[in-house]
Design a protein around this ligand. Structure first.
Ligand SMILES: [Zn+2]
Length: 144
């Protein structure tokens, strides 16, 4: 995980491991591709309570390997283009790209059980009188 330099600023901790599988192949239409999957848990910071939240990743991708941007534009939609340059493609960079794409724009806990802020915000104070909607209904009925 510590290899993914561009992902780290998004994460609460760099512990944990991602299981990455990569497969190189050539499609019947001649397109060379690299397919792969990324699985594992990463820890993000909830933007509501600023506590950690686990995000399970289970990503699959298929990159079409092309020599130029022009060739990238002609790839079928099922491929994400990967333009090969003189530099050897870095696996860590590739994985970083995929993980960054999968991150939520604003990470938030889903509910009150996990999210600390949620719990604090929604605890009704003891001297607060709340209207019970059923009481109002009962009043309406009596007036009829
Ligand atoms: Zn939260």
């Amino acid at each position: 995980m510590a290899d993914l330099q561009r992902v780290l600023p998004e994460l609460l901790s760099d512990t944990g491991e991602l299981l990455v599988e990569l497969d190189l192949g050539k499609a019947p239409d001649g397109i060379r591709f690299m397919s792969g999957s990324i699985q594992g848990d990463i820890e993000l910071k909830c933007q509501r309570c600023m506590e950690g939240m686990k995000l399970p990743l289970d990503l699959a991708f298929c990159l079409g390997l092309v020599q130029s941007q022009a060739a990238a534009n002609e790839l079928p939609d099922c491929y994400e283009p990967l333009v090969l340059t003189a530099e050897p493609a870095s696996i860590a960079e590739l994985v970083s790209d995929e993980v960054l794409l999968a991150l939520p724009i604003v990470p938030l806990h889903r509910g009150s059980i996990e999210c600390q802020k949620f719990v604090k915000d929604y605890q009704p104070s003891s001297n607060e009188q709340r209207d019970n909607p059923f009481d109002i209904l009962a009043e309406l009925k009596q007036k009829q």
